[in-house]
Design a binder for this molecule. Sequence first.
Ligand code: EPU
Length: 291
Amino acid sequence: MDWPAASSPPALAERTSLGVGGRSERFFEPANEAEAVACLRALHAAHIPWRVLGGGYNLLVGDDTLSGAVVSTRRLVGVEVFPDRVVAAAGHSFPSLVRQGAEWGIAALAGCPGIPGSVGGVVRMNAGGRFGCVGDALMEVRGLEADGTPFTRRVEAGDLGYRTSIFADRLVLAAAFRRDPAADRVALAALHSEARDWKRATQPLGAASAGCIFRNPSGGGETRSAGRLIDEAGLKGHRIGGAEVSLLHGNFIVNVGGATSRDVHALIDYVRQRVEAIHGIQLALEVEVWQ
Ligand code: EPU
C-alpha cells in the first residue's frame, strides 16, 4: 500500500484512557476528510482490516502487536454552529461540545457532562447515562463505509441502541447535533452542573479507566446496575497486578499503576465468575476489546 505513508505506530497505552495496550502493525492519522477517504480506500484495496481510534476511552487493547491498521480521528477537528444544529468533527472533544452546547442550546446534551471521548466515539457507541444520551441530540452523521465510500445519514430511531449504533463498523467523520433555539439556557446550565457534580461524586473520573467495563444486564423486564452487583459481591478494591476494581464504582476497573492488558482481563474474568456465583448473572462486556 503506497498511501498514506504509515507513521511509526505509537504504543496504544499512550492513546487510551486505561493506559494499557501495545502497538498496531500500521497506524494512520489522516489530517482531513480527503486523507481519511484515501486511507480507507487504500486499506480496502490492500485487504487490510482497520479499526478506528477516537479518544481511546472505551477500549481495552491487548499487550501484543495488533494485526491490521488503526486509523486515528484525532486530527479531524472543528465545530460549526448553524441556527438549527451544531456540526462537530469526529476528533472534536465531546466534553467541550457538551460544555459549549449548554450555551448554544443543544438541550439534549445538557445531561452529558462527565462522558469523556471524541465526538466520533460517543456517536459510535451512543454513550450516555441517567441524565441523557448522545442519541437524544443526534440529527445526522457523515462518515465512510468500510471501503471508504462517503455516506450521509439522517439518524432514525432504529439506528441507535443501548451503547450501540449502526455506525460501529464505519468511520464517523462528523455529526450534527440539534439546537433548540427556545431552550432555557439557565436551566440547561443547572442540569449540566447537577449531572457533572453527580458524576464526579459517583465515578472515578480522574483515574485511568475505560469507563464502565460491563453492560448493565437486563432480564425479566428489569435492568440491573452491573456496578451494584459487583459492589454487592464484595469486589471493590480487588486487585490483580496493576488493575483494581474501583472503590468508588464497582463497574470501573482502574489502572493503579503499571497494569497490563492481561491484568485487566484476569480481573474481568474473576469479577464475572464471582458475580455469576453470587447473583447467578452473567455479565457481558461493554468495553471494546482489541487483540
Ligand atoms: N451502585 C452501587 N455500587 C456501585 C455502583 C452503583 O450500589 O459500586 C448503585 C448506585 O448507588 C445506584 C445504582 O447502583 O443506586 C445505579 O448506579 P449508577 O447510577 O451509577 O448507574 P449504573 O447503572 O451503575 C450507568 C451507566 C454509566 C452511567 C451511569 C450514570 C452502564 C453500564 N453504566 O451506570 O455509564 O454513567 O449509569 O448515568 O450503562 C459507561 O457507560 O461507561 C458508564 C459509566
